[in-house]
Design a protein around this ligand. Sequence first.
Ligand SMILES: C[S@@+](CC[C@H](N)C(=O)[O-])C[C@H]1O[C@@H](n2cnc3c(N)ncnc32)[C@H](O)[C@@H]1O
Length: 234
Amino acid sequence: MNRWLPTRELIASFLAQVQPAQSHLLLIGCSAGWMLPTPWLMRFKRIDVYDIDPLVPFLFGLRHGKALKAQGVTLHFHRQDAIAGLPSLLLQHPDACLWFDNVLGQVGFRLGDEDMAERQLGQLKTMLKGRAWGSLHDVYSGPIDPEMPLPSYQTVQWKRLDDMPEDAARVAMDLEQRSHAEAAQLLLTKVNAKGVWHDHSTQTVFASNTPTVMLPWAFKPHYWHWLQAAWIKP
Ligand SMILES: C[S@@+](CC[C@H](N)C(=O)[O-])C[C@H]1O[C@@H](n2cnc3c(N)ncnc32)[C@H](O)[C@@H]1O
């Protein structure tokens, strides 16, 4: 989809810098891998794909299968809840690295409880201690002003500076420090947000002081998302 192309390119640039030593990837919630660059997947020898959607083997295969097969990458598909089942996946695959592919921002919707989602998401990093892992996920989403020119596709460096309650927390944003509320407001201003925006409860997925990048995404013509990405080395 052309509207998604600029964000796909931003994700490809981000992942081009991610060069894990592991040859085995657990790819979680990737759907067809619409936003994933095939060349990044080709660096692995084995990829285990986890998604609850039964169409994923077919759709992911259509999009990436041929190139991965030609490169000798073996693909294994699993239809299962990989977030609830994460502890057992980690035990089964002690040497694999993990990429959560735009799935963690949906946990709140699935659970129907934002506080529970925030608690669950905040615990993932503890389970993943000692692993190489990364995530791309929604942080905010909502309508933009259709009367204004289209926002630009500029990424923003973003680092939560401590573990204080969210309203007191500070954020280092493109080298400037701001209160969390101010920094969030600035992100929304950058995309000409208008109306009510949704917070995806993903603020604590990464530990404080983790350098992350925020990427704008025109999900629908006048409905944008701010995605966050980071890769954690053990
Ligand atoms: C927003 S889509 C991902 C889109 C995809 N990353 C892309 O770039 O095109 C989220 C995907 O996560 C899957 N999913 C949601 N919760 C999941 C879970 N607990 N375990 C595994 N997959 C999950 C959904 O079935 C869906 O395919």
